[in-house]
Design a protein around this ligand. Sequence first.
Ligand SMILES: N[C@@H](CCC(=O)N[C@@H](CS)C(=O)NCC(=O)O)C(=O)O
Length: 218
Amino acid sequence: MIDFYTASTVNGYKVAIALEELGLPYMVHDLNLGELEQKRPDYLKINPNGRIPAIVDRESGTAIFESGACLVYLAEKTGKLTGATAEARGRVNSWVFLQTSGVGPMQGQANVFLHYFGEDLPRVAARYVNETKRLYSIVNDRLGVSEWLADDYSIADIAMFPWMIISDYADVSLSDYPNIKAWTERMHARPAVQRGLGVPPKREIADRAAAVQAILQR
Ligand SMILES: N[C@@H](CCC(=O)N[C@@H](CS)C(=O)NCC(=O)O)C(=O)O
């Protein structure tokens, strides 16, 4: 049994989709980010970074935080959704890391400076939007020569997908990236992906900007 600490946001969906694809039994702990439940001392023992997602594998008591580390752990534990050799796993993890160290942070900061920062800084926003677009071009080129990011469908696709389906919010239109758009359709067609996008059910946030401000001020 896996304890899964998450919220209805993109980084959480990665792990939800992987758990659904792998058919592993898991229990959802739906944290209210606006209420800063992710900063509480009991949760910081699981994820010292105070963010979601994190998992605890009850078999060993091991806690794993960072979405990329959770994906790699689940893939290694099951031997699925990754490569069969060190070389193939390296190819998978290259795209996982490009997402977690590139696309996620750049697109995330684009969202902050376009929508939440509270001060109009167009050149800063443009820097993050343009960097996001540069990274999307790399992914788009790869998906022009391959059905999936690595050799086969893998945690690399699962890591990239939830961010790319909210690209409009960062002023990045998938109509400029036709290979990504076609790949999102292949992803959406997978039943486990559909199930994962519903875990946990969307939380209604009355004042999203205020909730994000509370997080930004921590
Ligand atoms: N690098 C981290 C990023 C995690 C992250 O930013 N999670 C967001 C939700 S998508 C979060 O917990 N935000 C609340 C906060 O920053 O306090 C990962 O990939 O797991």
